[in-house]
Design a protein around this ligand. Structure first.
Ligand SMILES: O=C(O)CCC(=O)C(=O)O
Ligand SMILES: [Fe+2]
Length: 311
């Protein structure tokens, strides 16, 4: 069970303008939260309420489609297509849209799911994801600046694509808490999660306590993945997290994942390496790392990145 005593830091990113005094103040809060917890709750008012509400309506419509339709969403990258029907996490289903913000990708996904079209779905997810990618970029700019390695800003910002992944966790219909998603760290750069009012996400603190994450409908969870931990040479933390379900309502969530492009070697800038911070990871390709992580041997490892390319 998660602890009720600790809460994730909440940071307001609605009114930050690069170069302003507020930007600098907030940037330090962001860096501190991501070093300490690996995540925080972000207030961000740039996504209009009707779009946020419509997002849940279309997610419900998506997961209500017959399984054979959802299975059409295939990908050669692990965890990018349809995932579900697993004995270990029977409540969990997800659908991903790879490189979602490239022209036509959300439209193609929509046409695959609804051959007769569903403009409400494609327009809602497009608008939601575009707006949320601005939050991803604000956070990453703040981090790169705060690490003092601005000279890598453009390279870093251009080295990623976005995966949009939509999740449904069925209601367990029991008084017992059931596992919705097993404990893991994300493998990408930054993850931003938005969820309906059904809670269940839990984050592990560095000292081993599970925190119940209880965002409002106006807030987003920003989380560091292993690739950004590696890039920062261990300065940023990537937190273990899981989903635990209780009650009789389904949980829907949508995540925007910034992911290193295939072929791009993730490598900590030399400024991140010094006597106090010896190099932790050899340069690696994210897609090859994912293949390792999802292999039979990789799945059993708690610290897959360490095993894959730890120095
Ligand atoms: O549904 C959530 O809030 C968490 C999903 C998650 O951790 C993931 O997709 O990596
Ligand atoms: Fe995750």
């Amino acid at each position: 069970m998660g602890s009720e005593t600790i809460k994730l830091p909440t940071i307001d990113l609605s009114k930050v303008k690069q170069g302003s005094h507020t930007w600098d103040l907030v940037k330090n809060q962001v860096r501190k939260a991501l070093e300490e917890y690996g995540c925080f709750e972000a207030l961000y008012d740039k996504i209009p309420k009707p779009t946020r509400k419509a997002t849940f309506d279309v997610l419900k419509e998506l997961f209500d489609l017959p399984l054979e339709i959802k299975l059409k969403n295939r990908s050669n990258k692990p965890y990018h297509g349809y995932v579900g029907q697993h004995a270990l996490v029977p409540l969990y289903e997800s659908l991903g849209i790879d490189n979602a913000l490239a022209l036509g990708k959300i439209q193609n996904f929509t046409n695959l799911m609804w051959p007769n079209g569903n403009p409400t779905f494609s327009e809602t997810i497009q608008s939601f994801s575009e707006k949320l990618s601005e939050l991803d970029q604000i956070v990453r700019r703040m981090i790169v600046e705060s690490l003092g390695v601005e000279k890598y800003m453009d390279e870093h910002m251009e080295s990623t694509d976005y995966l949009v992944r939509m999740q449904k966790y069925d209601e367990p219909r029991s008084n017992e808490t059931k596992l919705g998603l097993t404990s893991h760290t994300d493998k990408n750069i930054v993850t931003i999660l938005y969820q309906n009012e059904v809670t269940g996400l839990e984050v592990l603190t560095k000292d081993g306590q599970w925190i119940n994450v209880e965002p409002s409908l106006d807030s987003f969870i920003v989380m560091i993945g292993d690739s950004f931990l590696a890039w920062s040479n261990g300065r940023l933390h990537s937190a273990f997290h899981r989903v635990m379900m209780t009650g009789n309502e389904a949980r829907y969530s949508i995540g925007l994942f910034s992911i290193p492009k295939a072929g791009y070697m993730i490598k900590a800038p030399e400024e991140m390496v010094d006597e106090e911070h010896p190099l932790l990871f050899k340069p690696f390709d994210h897609v090859e790392f994912l293949d390792f992580y999802y292999s039979e041997a990789g799945r059993k490892l708690q610290f897959a990145l360490q095993a894959y390319c730890g120095v």
